[in-house]
Design a binder for this molecule. Structure first.
Ligand SMILES: CC(C)(COP(=O)(O)OP(=O)(O)OC[C@H]1O[C@@H](n2cnc3c(N)ncnc32)[C@H](O)[C@@H]1OP(=O)(O)O)[C@@H](O)C(=O)NCCC(=O)NCCS
Length: 215
């Protein structure tokens, strides 16, 4: 038996022109770690809720491995989390994730993403968001795609705007440094506003995945 027959997320492969998203496996941990440790944002900035990417490489690798293993081990029909390694023209560039609770009824998917710094600002972030939205809306029948970014994150805001998301409220919380407020802008995409990518999105393993999550 192939592992993808046991755990269908491993059989998912989403392609769109030069872009490929496939479910990360533990063998991808060194690749994702290398991409993150080369830097995701400028010193002084923080686009995430935690400072996970700033750990020393050895610690980051272990944290990444344990994070992947947790997503596999905790995967449930009514509470799932997919982590995709993203490649552009065959070169790994970053990570795109997607998660949902009670998806069969609620039909809402939350996504997040990052690119290693050298691959930012070339349209890849827009394309990977369009690919994951096509997967969620067309293949899984989501009614909405949800994302969010820290106010001031122009690149993430730019991606959301270009893909057709609309503002969906703000969440205030404590900055991870513990000394100030951080404000997260939530955004929402509904199917009729989706700005599609310039290439068709193809998905392998969708039938098996749909059955696995109870669709
Ligand atoms: C956010 C991220 C995934 C976006 O991907 P990207 O490939 O850099 O973005 P794109 O090249 O597709 O740009 C999308 C739009 O934002 C604009 N943009 C990109 N970087 C920008 C910047 N630094 N400042 C202002 N605008 C920017 C682009 O101009 C583009 O709009 P346009 O085509 O109208 O000009 C990527 O920059 C990243 O990984 N950043 C660090 C981690 C992060 O912020 N993750 C998201 C957490 S919510």
């Amino acid at each position: 038996m192939d592992l993808a027959e046991i755990f269908p997320p491993f059989g998912l492969r989403i392609t769109c022109g030069p872009l490929e998203l496939r479910c990360a496996r533990e063998t991808d941990v060194p690749i994702a770690t290398r991409l993150a440790s080369r830097g995701i944002y400028e010193p002084g900035e923080l686009p995430f809720l935690r400072r996970w990417a700033e750990a020393a490489e050895q610690e980051l690798a272990l944290n990444t491995a344990q994070f992947y293993w947790r997503t596999f081990a905790d995967f449930r029909k009514d509470d799932w989390h997919l982590v995709f390694l993203v490649s552009h023209e065959g070169t790994p560039v970053g990570v795109q994730d997607a998660s949902a609770k009670d998806f069969v009824h609620v039909r809402s998917i939350i996504t997040g993403s990052w690119l290693s710094r050298e691959f930012q600002g070339r349209g890849i972030g827009t394309l990977m968001r369009q690919a994951i939205c096509a997967f969620g809306l067309d293949e899984l029948g989501a009614d909405e795609m949800i994302s969010g970014y820290m106010v001031g994150n122009a690149a993430s805001a730019g991606v959301s705007r270009k893909v057709g998301y609309e503002p969906n409220g703000q969440i205030r919380g404590l900055h991870p440094d513990g000394d100030r407020v951080r404000v997260e802008q939530r955004v929402r995409l509904v199917p009729q506003n989706f700005v599609r990518p310039p290439w068709p999105v193809k998905v392998e393993g969708a039938d098996e995945f749909r059955a696995f999550i109870g669709l």
